[in-house]
Design a protein around this ligand. Sequence first.
Ligand SMILES: [Zn+2]
Length: 85
Amino acid sequence: MTDDGDTRETDASATPDDSGDDPTVPIRCSACDTTTRVPLSDLAASIDRHNENRHDGEELAEVDPGVADSLADLVARDLGLLEDG
Ligand SMILES: [Zn+2]
């Protein structure tokens, strides 16, 4: 079940050895029944693009609920919100 119909949207992945600073996040679309990994820095734009291109602007794609928590964690840490002391 690897229905990767969205692969052509990940066009800017021309940086092979630079996966240190930009974790990928799975975007899940219940309407398309697909999960697509996108760079965190491109997350909002990718969701937007998918919904715009595939669903006429309807907000169907979203961050995979399973990682939404850890994502919030990650972002919070990135912003320095989790610094103890
Ligand atoms: Zn979709």
